[in-house]
Design a protein around this ligand. Sequence first.
Ligand code: NAD
Length: 303
Amino acid sequence: MGTPPGKTPLIFRSPLEVLVLRVEGERMSNRLEIQFHDGRCIPQLGLGVWQTPNETAVTAVQAALQSGYRHVDTAAIYGNEAGVGEGLKASGLARSQVFLTTKLWNDDQGFDSTLRALEASLKKLATDYVDLYLIHWPSAHRGRYVDSWRALVRLQSEGKARSIGVSNFESEHLHRIIGETGVTPVLNQIELHPRFQQRALRQEHARLKIATQSWSPLGQGQLLTDPIVLAVAAKHGKTPAQVVIRWHLENQLIVIPKSVTPSRIVENFAVQDFQLDESDRSQLDSLDSAEGRIGPNPATATF
Ligand code: NAD
């Protein structure tokens, strides 16, 4: 999925960000996209489906696609690729209208096993390609992430993964795969939210032209009761989730909040009718903390 031929991006707010107006049947929707260094585009706001069983994934994905989302983030380890594929089918949208990401699980790292792992994911997703395939964790103690990356390069050349990237990679892991293969991932999906802003890694991404994607963008819901977030939300007449999602979008981050509740899925997508001002931004930026990490640290993880 990229900017379709003949559809000129209307506004460039940064070299990476493109605001595209798309005509979809009767409806014109206005969505932000980020352009990768490989030329393809990803909708900046998508649905995350971690900790969502197959049956719930069907309804969540369907609800999201019906309310305007065009981007879903799953992973082999989530055990719900079949549900995601079913939700996509039930939405009635063409495969080409939806940006689909899945991830290689750590146990499958290695060249041949990675090739097999994507085949298995595609079968479950009931599709013959993903828009983005990610190495889920460097899992450096296994010593196989460079071989896995070479397999992703192969899978991209075969058209089974339109774009290829990584997740939870630190600067040293990024430099190693780029140095050994000459191929730069389009994106790194990392834990990122106002309490853990990853400024140094984001700067490195900018130098390398790697897009940054935020996982646990709402801090797994913990940020939604933060007094600063509540105050900014009240000021704009928006919900805390909408304020935090807006913070990600305005920071050029690709964001994949998770919800399985249809009303929240709709709420999380309704974020294009307001903007944070300088005071909001500086207050939210002040939440950054070296202790703000919620999930595992890639440097010390042993799974
Ligand atoms: P999140 O930060 O998106 O928070 C999700 C939780 O916030 C939900 O369980 C829900 O309880 C709550 N919530 C969502 N919308 C709400 C609303 N409008 N009002 C009130 N509460 C609301 O957490 P997450 O699921 O950890 O992260 C999002 C996605 O990131 C995942 O689903 C997954 O796709 C991805 N992810 C990737 C990795 C990785 O290692 N690559 C790790 C974790 C998550």
